[in-house]
Ligand binder design. Structure first.
Ligand SMILES: [Cu+2]
Length: 163
């Protein structure tokens, strides 16, 4: 299982490298650009319309999961995701487009980096944190843990935004 994961990641990274330079995917994109993203924008605490609890943990089967594993959201809602790491490993909760998560995951496979973006929270075991996000557009987006190997172990799910 572990070998298969490594092969998939390596193949994925290679194909991204070939695709090349469409978008830097780096972490120093400005807040202004953030507002234009398909999956929405950082939300303001005073505008939170709903709180949603999310747990992250490993299972006895060797999988890693989010509970719940999908979200239905109305366009325009500002959600406070209260995320708790109930596992024994470090995990993170990242909201992005499927494409954005795929790119970010490939970068993480090369170099596992800490980040402090408004669309994510990374937590040590036993810790809680939150992400406040405004879903400005309709569509299917994704939440995921992009720590190497975790996505493949089950840590991702859809965010369906409809109006
Ligand atoms: Cu994880």
């Amino acid at each position: 299982m572990k070998f298969a994961t490594i092969t998939i990641l390596a193949t994925f990274t290679a194909s991204l490298a070939l695709a090349g330079g469409e978008h830097s995917g780096g972490h120093d994109e400005g807040k202004a650009e953030m507002k234009a993203m398909a999956h929405g924008m950082p939300g303001k605490a005073e505008e939170v319309s709903r709180e949603v609890k999310v747990a992250m943990h490993e299972t006895d089967d060797g999988d890693m999961i989010f509970e719940p594993n999908a979200f239905e959201i109305a366009q325009g809602e500002t959600i406070r995701f209260i995320v708790t790491n109930k596992g024994e490993l470090e995990h993170e909760f990242v909201i992005d487009t499927l494409k954005g998560n795929a790119k970010h995951k490939a970068l993480m496979a090369e170099m596992d980096m800490e980040h402090d973006d408004p669309n994510s929270v990374r937590l040590d075991p036993g810790k809680s944190g939150d992400v406040i996000w405004t879903f400005a557009n309709e569509g299917t987006f994704e939440f995921a843990c992009l720590i190497p190997g975790h996505y493949e172990s089950g840590m991702h799910g859809p965010i369906n935004v409809s109006n």
